[in-house]
Design a protein around this ligand. Structure first.
Ligand code: PRP
Ligand code: URA
Length: 214
């Protein structure tokens, strides 16, 4: 396995437990969405470990004290559709974050990303961007999203996935070596139609009850 210092694969037992439920082909969309949300919270927690805080003074019922508040202006960029399921948990962690949707789908014939929606404002008034997408397969969609954000003016970008394939990690870090990737699992490889194995099938279809079982 390559040495990727910017790849953070969660080792938390709660993450590993929930991943088993997520991957199981018998997990229905309702439960699947719940677990996407729970895993997103746990990964968001890890991805924010180096976020900046600033001091503020508060009064407890006993006395005044110095407390902390998040100082980074955070932008959440869910990649439609599947990234939508990760937004609510991230907003619980970072209530002041802004959400900018980016619509990309993977052309299943060429495996290349196609952009169809972009809700970024004119100026990049943000300190940290978190791209949210459950699956990092070939890396085409993530690389395209990072390029869009860089052209827009974003400087600090992190990618939060639930399952990554080595091929996707390689592609993203070859193009954007400074980006940090947080994932719940690094799987074995892609199959010949670009799906992650063992993976979980199609993350969008499984969340929204479209398509078949995989
Ligand atoms: C999935 C997934 C990623 C992309 C990953 O989305 O959510 O965005 O594929 O594949 P890649 O790394 O090879 O680009 P999909 O294109 O299926 O769209 P959907 O979320 O609308 O189902
Ligand atoms: N997109 C998915 O939803 N699943 C994969 O395994 C690959 C791309």
């Amino acid at each position: 396995m390559a040495n990727w210092p910017n790849l953070h694969v969660s080792q938390h037992p709660a993450v590993r437990h929930k991943l088993g439920i997520l991957r199981d082909e018998n997990t229905e969309p309702k439960k699947f969405r719940e677990v996407v949300r729970e895993l997103s919270w746990l990964l968001g927690y890890e991805a924010l470990a180096d976020a900046h805080t600033q001091a503020l003074q508060i009064r407890t019922p006993i006395e005044l004290m110095d407390a902390d508040e998040l100082a980074d202006r955070i932008g959440l960029i869910p990649i439609l559709r599947a990234g939508l399921g990760m937004v609510d948990a991230m907003l619980e962690l970072m209530p002041t974050a802004r959400v900018w949707h980016l619509g990309l789908f993977r052309d299943e014939r060429t495996l290349r990303p196609v952009e169809y929606y972009n809700k970024l404002p004119d100026t990049a008034n943000v300190d940290l961007c978190l791209i949210l997408d459950p699956m990092l397969a070939t890396g085409g969609s993530a690389t395209a999203a990072i390029e869009v954000l860089k052209k827009w003016g974003a400087v600090r970008i992190k990618l939060v996935n639930l399952i990554a394939a080595p091929e996707g990690v390689e592609a993203v870090l070859a193009a954007h070596p400074e980006v940090e990737i947080y994932t719940a699992a690094l799987d074995r490889q892609l199959n010949d139609v670009g799906y992650i194995i063992p993976g979980l099938g199609d993350a969008g279809d499984r969340q929204f009850g479209t398509g078949g079982v995989g």
